[in-house]
Each structure stands twice: as C-alpha cells, then as structure tokens.
Design a protein around this ligand. Structure first.
Ligand SMILES: NC(=O)c1ccc[n+]([C@@H]2O[C@H](COP(=O)([O-])OP(=O)(O)OC[C@H]3O[C@@H](n4cnc5c(N)ncnc54)[C@H](O)[C@@H]3O)[C@@H](O)[C@H]2O)c1
Length: 421
C-alpha cells in the first residue's frame, strides 16, 4: 500500500533545503567553507520527553519501522529479517524504487504486507506517529540522522541508527540529553564493530595492558571503489547519492566514513582525542562534479589524553589494476612497548619471544557477520532491558572526533578539542 503522496523533484528539492535548514545546516555551511573553516556548533537543540516504550518480553515480537532504505538500509534489512522475533510494519523513503525493493525483501523473508510512505517528512508525521511500531531502523543521508534520532526519543521508539549518530555538535549534545530524559528508549548507534567479539577481545587485551601502554596508533580508510556520490549516480529521485559528495549532507568523509575508526580509537583510549592536525584536498574530483566539496584525500594526526598518538590516512584515489585493489586498506592498529594489536585482523604481535618463538598470536574468535551481531545485540538490549553496545555517549565521541579532524584538515593546522567545546 502506498500511504504517502508522491512529490515532484522540485518539491523534493525545496523540502530538502527546508529540512536542511531546520537541521542546522546553515551553521555547518558557515563552518566549513572551503577557505573559511570556522567551526560553528549550531544553535542548541531542544530535547523532548517522550512516552515510555511498551515493555517487551523475552518472547515478544519487536515491531519495526524503517526510515531510509537505500543501499545500506536494504543490506541491514536483509540481516534483520534473519533474526527471530522481528516484524516489519512500515517503511519510509521518498525513493519509490527503494520502497519497492524493501517490500520485496520483506515478502521474500516470509513477512506480510507492509505500509510504505514516500513523502519527505513521512518518517516523522506518519511512521513515528504509529502506535504499533516499537523500534526503528534508520539509514538515511547523514544530515537527517540527528533530527531522526531526536524524534525517536520524543516518540518513545527504540532505534538502531546508522552512523554517524549526527553531524552537528549541538545535535550530539542534545541526543545525550534526550537519552537522559528518556532512559527507557534504547538508542543504538550503528558502529557494527561494537557488536563484534573480535573488536571487544582486542580492546580487552589492550586495556589489560598486553601491549605495554597505548603509544603508537595507526588507522586507515583507503578506497579504490570511488569516488562515490557523483551526479551520474542519481537514483530515481533527488538527491540519489550526490549527498555523499556534499559536506552539508554527509558531514564529509571524517563524519560519514572515518567515524568508524574514531569510534574504535575512542573505545580503546576510553576518551576522545584532545587535539588533531591534518592536511587534505577537496578539489580532486571537481572536474567530474564542480560542486563536490568533500575531502577525497587527507592525512590526520590525533592526540589522545593517555599519550596515544594516532596516524590516520583516508583516500578515495587508490588505484585498481587487473581487477586488484592497490594501496587499499581499512585498519586500526595500536602498539605499545610490549607489542602491537591489529584490531580488525585479531592479531597480537608480541615484541619478546614466548617459549622461544616470536610469532603473531591469532586470537580472532569464530563469529559471523558483525552487522548481524550488532542488530542482535540491539534486540537483546530491548528484550532484556540492558544497555546497548554503542549508545549516544559513544556516538557523541565519534561525532566530536570527526568534527575535530575535519576542522584541523580544513584549517590545515593543529586544532584542540577545547576550541570546539
Ligand atoms: N555501518 C556501515 O558500515 C555503513 C555502510 C554504508 C552506509 N552506512 C550509512 O547508512 C546510511 C545510508 O547510506 P546508503 O549508502 O544506504 O545511502 P543511500 O543513498 O543508498 O540511501 C539513503 C536512503 O535514504 C533515503 N532518504 C533520503 N531522504 C529521506 C527522508 N526524508 N526520509 C526517508 N528516507 C530518506 C534515500 O531515498 C535513500 O533511499 C548513511 O548514513 C551511511 O553513512 C553505514
């Protein structure tokens, strides 16, 4: 059933601009002009107290609504549908083709008819307004995350919200406030590494000092499958995936993609960095899209209060030859005086030989997909009324770190976190 009215492309643009302004994008725009780079927190965001969610028992079905069902939304939906005790009731997305594909996925998994909403604001006015939805899964362009997550708290809905939690410092603070005012709402941020035993085990080993202090951190997110978000990738409705190439919609790669890496280092260090410096380029793909303003290549250094220094590289210009990706790699590694741990690989490299041997120790646990584990952890938190594996406090640290690195790269100098506070 098509529950929302279709919009023309022009209406959609106008409404998008309106929503962007409501989400404080005017402030972001001022804060990240190519040359200016002055950080602006944006106006304080008010926090509502919503209804207490229905108590869900161990055997109860959790009734879901989905907001934003593009590439990643469908990827996670197909995993959600493999989990026990889940029913999808409705989906909101202005793209009719994405709605159609979501309906198909639910049907294939044996679900019934679901309601679809295709108006730009239907996620709020229609989907969140329903009494028969307990929890929400969201995977929209990043600039909508903060407003959607805040609205979930106000509507008393549990939510699994794709990363980054938000792209504004003021929204990050508001979300922490909203969680305090609505303690029964489970708000999990979609950093799937937090749901994995692999990362938890590596962090445990680091925290128990197997590596001899956290000194040397290395991280990278080097891609050869870009650039993403070029105009020809337009989907059936605007903005398609152009949002990935526009800082005001994505937050730039330091928020959209590297937020995973910031989350891992903040998790290991137990805090946010105190300062960052960086340098990068926003002009690399302007020949393909004159309005593209994201930093497709940058280097950054992060300084954590415990003395950990992290060297990070992020690139969308890695070559690919003979079908093979070159210069690629996504990793988070931390070394101390006794050795180093590669968190994504599950390997410990001790400096000193053990039993006469000096080999890497593979502690990688047997486990399935991190996305599925993370979604299962969310369901468990709702059913058992236990804390989520990654909540808004963790989401705020990753957002603040992304804003710090972005500011450092835009200014091309060292920036201290206290300058953003
Ligand atoms: N956890 C991960 O590893 C991971 C991986 C990829 C993407 N993501 C995140 O998932 C999110 C979506 O990314 P994607 O690659 O699927 O992008 P996408 O462009 O393919 O999908 C976004 C969807 O949101 C919809 N949308 C736009 N405005 C909307 C509105 N007002 N109401 C409802 N829906 C709306 C779009 O029509 C589209 O279907 C992003 O935040 C991205 O950072 C996370």
């Amino acid at each position: 059933m098509q529950a929302g009215a279709s919009e023309s492309r022009r209406d959609f643009l106008v409404r998008s601009a309106g929503l962007a302004a409501a989400a404080g994008l005017a402030a972001v725009g001022a804060g990240c002009g190519a040359s200016a780079g002055r950080f602006n927190r944006g106006p304080a965001v008010s926090v509502a107290e919503g209804p207490t969610p229905r108590r869900i028992g161990a055997d109860d079905t959790i009734r879901f609504g989905l907001i934003g069902i593009g590439g990643h939304g469908r990827y996670d939906l197909s995993r959600l549908l493999t989990l026990k005790g889940v029913e999808v009731k409705a989906v909101a997305d202005p793209d009719p083709e994405n709605l159609r594909q979501a309906v198909e996925l639910v049907k294939k998994a044996g679900g019934g008819d679901i309601d679809t909403y295709d108006g730009f604001d239907d996620w709020k006015n229609k989907l969140l307004a329903r009494d028969d939805i307990d929890a929400v899964f969201t995977a929209t362009p990043c600039y909508l995350h903060g407003p959607i997550h805040l609205a979930c708290f106000a509507a008393g809905k549990h939510f699994y919200g794709e990363k980054p939690m938000c792209i504004e410092a003021s929204e990050a603070d508001a979300l922490v406030g909203a969680q305090r005012r609505n303690p029964h709402v489970k708000g999990q941020i979609g950093f799937q590494r937090r749901g994995s035993r692999l990362y938890a085990e590596g962090i445990r080993r680091i925290r128990e000092d197997e590596i001899g202090g956290m000194i040397d951190g290395r991280g990278a997110w080097n891609n050869s499958w870009g650039p993403l978000g070029l105009p020809h990738e337009k989907a059936s409705t605007w903005p398609g995936r152009i949002w990935l190439g526009r800082t005001k919609y994505s937050g730039d790669w330091m928020l959209e993609q590297a937020c995973h890496t910031w989350d891992v280092f903040c998790w290991a260090a137990g805090s946010m960095p105190v300062a960052a410096s960086g340098v990068g380029r926003r002009d690399i793909y302007r020949d393909l899209d004159p309005e593209r303003d994201v930093t497709d290549f940058y280097f950054a250094h992060l300084e954590f209060p415990n003395g950990l220094l992290v060297d990070f590289e992020h690139s969308w210009i890695c070559p690919k030859t003979d079908g093979q990706e070159r210069f690629n790699g996504v990793f988070e590694r931390i070394a101390g005086k006794k050795g180093g741990i590669d968190l994504g690989a599950g390997l410990f490299f001790p400096r000193e030989p053990k039993d006469g041997r000096n080999e890497p120790i593979n502690y990688r646990p047997e486990e399935g997909c991190h996305y599925t584990a993370s979604l299962q952890a969310f369901l468990d938190a709702i059913r058992n009324d236990t804390p989520v594996v990654c909540g808004v406090e963790e989401g705020r640290m990753a957002t603040y770190t992304g804003l710090l690195v972005r500011e450092a790269v835009y200014r091309g100098r060292r920036v201290e976190m206290k300058e953003l506070m």
